[in-house]
Design a protein around this ligand. Structure first.
Ligand SMILES: NC(=O)c1ccc[n+]([C@@H]2O[C@H](COP(=O)([O-])OP(=O)(O)OC[C@H]3O[C@@H](n4cnc5c(N)ncnc54)[C@H](O)[C@@H]3O)[C@@H](O)[C@H]2O)c1
Length: 255
């Protein structure tokens, strides 16, 4: 088992990619801390599924845009399992607004949930890793849009671009402590954030046609990459982005 007895925190952990990561980590032997803000019943179902897979899980209701909530999330994880080993920052939102259309509120909300959260969750996790000793791993779920413009979704792209530099800078600072920090950049994945595209047959057909592998990803396909990167099998991988996009950035005619 790749994550036997490790404690893994997943933000935005009861839905989409975060839920797939939580389950995959549990199947690899991890104790899983599922951060969530809505749908407690989904957290309970996931907790049960992880328990059936032979691991332990707890849900923590914490809003990642608030540093006090992030602090409580880490404190609960340490109180429950004694230490933390992996933080996955997966919580994210988008407003699908252009530069011209974006309100101050849109901008602040997207930046707080996507980028400020990753910054301070990583800071708090890194302080805990250093205090307990033995290193640790931080994985941010960014996006191909950390590099690739998406007209009409500008605050989202700005937040993911910020994650790109957060990871490179912080990983350099934290390397001496044995802490690895990485981004995983999915392309198009079949999750609730994408429902407006995946439930429209014409849009889905056009999207699939723009992807060299011919289809959007399943959340589990992102999760398996995250589990590998979180494990000691990837002990020399840090300060970079691993793209999981079916080739979309190389072969696309645009969305
Ligand atoms: N689905 C895709 O195509 C795709 C592609 C690239 C990157 N991503 C990224 O993957 C991550 C997960 O998205 P997803 O596709 O699984 O969608 P999703 O909507 O299923 O998951 C997002 C999660 O974030 C949670 N969340 C929102 N605001 C929060 C807050 N303030 N505090 C705590 N949690 C909060 C939501 O409740 C939800 O569980 C996001 O960061 C997204 O940007 C998704």
């Amino acid at each position: 088992m790749l994550l036997k007895d490790k404690t893994v925190i997943v933000t935005g952990g009861n839905s989409g990619i975060g839920a797939a990561i939580a389950l995959a980590a549990g199947r690899e032997g991890a104790n899983v801390v599922i951060d969530y803000v809505v749908h407690p019943e989904a957290t309970e179902e996931l907790d049960d599924e992880i328990t059936r897979a032979g691991s332990e899980a707890i849900g923590v209701d914490a809003d990642v845009s608030k540093v006090a909530d992030l602090r409580r999330l880490i404190e609960v994880a340490v109180a429950q399992y004694g230490r933390i080993d992996v933080l996955v920052n997966s919580a994210g939102i988008e407003t699908r607004t252009s530069l011209l259309d974006t309100s101050e509120q849109d901008y602040d909300t997207v930046m707080a949930v996507n980028l400020k959260s990753a910054f301070f969750a990583s800071q708090l996790a890194a302080r805990q890793f250093i205090a307990q000793g033995g290193g640790g791993v931080i994985i941010n779920i960014s996006s191909v849009h950390e590099d690739w413009p998406m007209p009409g979704n500008t605050p989202y792209c700005v937040s993911k671009g910020g994650m790109r530099m957060l990871t490179r800078n912080a990983a350099v600072e934290l390397g001496a402590h044995g802490i690895r920090m990485l981004n995983v950049a999915p392309g198009a994945v079949d999750t609730p954030i994408n429902t407006s595209t995946t439930t429209d047959p014409d849009k889905l057909k056009a999207l699939n046609a723009s992807i060299p592998l011919g289809r959007v990803a399943k959340p589990e396909e992102v999760a398996e990459t995250v589990v590998f990167l979180a494990s000691d099998k990837a002990a020399y991988v840090t300060a970079t982005t691993v793209v999981v996009d079916g080739g979309i950035m190389q072969g696309s005619v645009g969305l």
